[in-house]
Design a protein around this ligand. Structure first.
Ligand code: DOR
Ligand code: ZN
Length: 357
């Protein structure tokens, strides 16, 4: 196959940052996706409905003329999240969930949850109001091997959480292991997972190919080839509980190429193209559309997008860097090629109120 046309996709896990940095990168996502679920790990974190609505407005104002993107918002859950905040989030109509960052697990997670029991009241209200819990699933104990932190989180936190709140809908974000894929496949209804392009395309050898490769460092960290194969098997299975969330997470070059470099891989410049490459290599291009454009929308009970995008199998060279506010960013595959190119976008004419400029 040399071209593929699919329903317009959604990116259900995206870091946009804010200000000039956001302005530089937002067009990449808007060019490809109709909607994106915007992560709340800004500084300060987006913990209230008021902050989320203000952030959403800044995103819409940052869209270049003629581009559209519907930002779906999530609040940053903290030890002090008041159940009344959950009510306000639900009433806003723009907030689809709350994000659990175990404190210390990743970038800007210091305001996160220190003990899952501290958020019982908020989780109970979310269950009642049917707001989705998005989970960064890693334990934070520095004594636990970094490659084991996701699997340990399932046993120590997630399985119990899913049982204690049996109607709470949960997205296990950016899963990286066979254990996580298996957990979702074996779990009760209402549990799903997102998968990133990097975890489908690379294993942990990519961190050390010819030397240390900071632009391949993200959290959860890349895993073994056996884990990667398990992720490819679930996307090939067409299981509706698995869907697209890039976790595109930009950091300026200097913050990555450092003695203690930040976690995060920037993939928004070629996100759907990278997934197409991964799916094609796994012989499962036929499941790409449902993964990218149907399963996530269905899980979040959103209408499927009307538009279509066309990808062609035509390699293009990725620039060595892109502007990122006053700095620059090194994208995934910088100076190398991506095997598929975005050839056409038809937005289907559906522009929900307030999402275009
Ligand atoms: O690699 C990551 N980068 N993982 C995360 O969980 C956060 C993200 C970021 O915000 O940079
Ligand atoms: Zn993320």
């Amino acid at each position: 196959m040399t071209a593929i046309t699919i329903r317009r996709p959604d990116d259900l896990h995206l870091h946009l940052r804010d200000g000039q940095a956001m302005r530089s990168i937002l067009p990449f996502t808007a060019a490809r996706f109709a909607r994106a679920l915007i992560m709340p790990n800004l500084r300060p974190a987006v913990t209230t409905t008021e902050q989320a609505l203000a952030y959403r407005k800044r995103i819409l104002e940052a869209l270049p003329q003629g581009m559209t993107l519907e930002p779906l918002m999530t609040l940053y859950l903290t030890d002090r999240t008041d159940p009344a905040e959950v009510d306000r989030a639900k009433a806003s109509g723009c907030i689809v969930g709350l994000k659990l960052y175990p404190a210390g697990a990743t970038t800007h997670s210091d305001a996160g949850v220190t003990d899952i029991r501290k958020v019982d009241a908020a989780l109970s209200r979310m269950e009642e109001k049917d707001l989705v819990l998005q989970v960064h699933g890693e334990v934070t104990d520095p004594a636990v091997d970094v490659f084991e932190r996701e699997a340990r989180f399932i046993d120590e936190v997630l399985a119990k959480l899913a049982a204690r709140f049996p109607r709470l809908r949960i997205v296990f974000e950016h899963i990286t292991t066979r254990a996580a894929a298996q957990f979702v496949q074996d779990s009760r209804p209402g549990i799903a997972a997102t998968l990133t392009p990097q975890h489908l395309l690379m294993n942990r050898n990519a961190l050390f190919a010819g030397g240390i490769r900071p632009h391949h460092f993200c959290l959860p960290v890349l895993k073994s080839q056996a884990d990667r194969e398990a992720l490819l098997a679930v996307v090939a299975s067409g299981d509706p509980r698995f869907f697209l969330g890039t976790d595109s997470a930009p950091h300026a070059r200097g913050a990555k190429e450092a003695a203690c470099g930040c976690a995060g891989i920037f993939s928004a410049h070629g996100a759907i193209e990278l997934y197409a490459e991964a799916f094609e290599a796994a012989g499962t291009l036929q499941t790409l559309e449902a993964f990218a454009s149907e399963h996530g929308a269905d899980f979040y009970r959103l209408p499927r997008n009307d538009g279509r995008i066309t990808l062609v199998k035509e390699p293009w060279e990725v620039p060595r860097s892109y502007p990122f506010g006053a700095e620059e960013i090194v994208p995934l595959r910088a100076g190398e090629t991506i095997g598929w190119r975005l050839a056409d976008v038809a937005d289907g004419g559906s522009r929900p109120e307030g999402v275009s400029r």
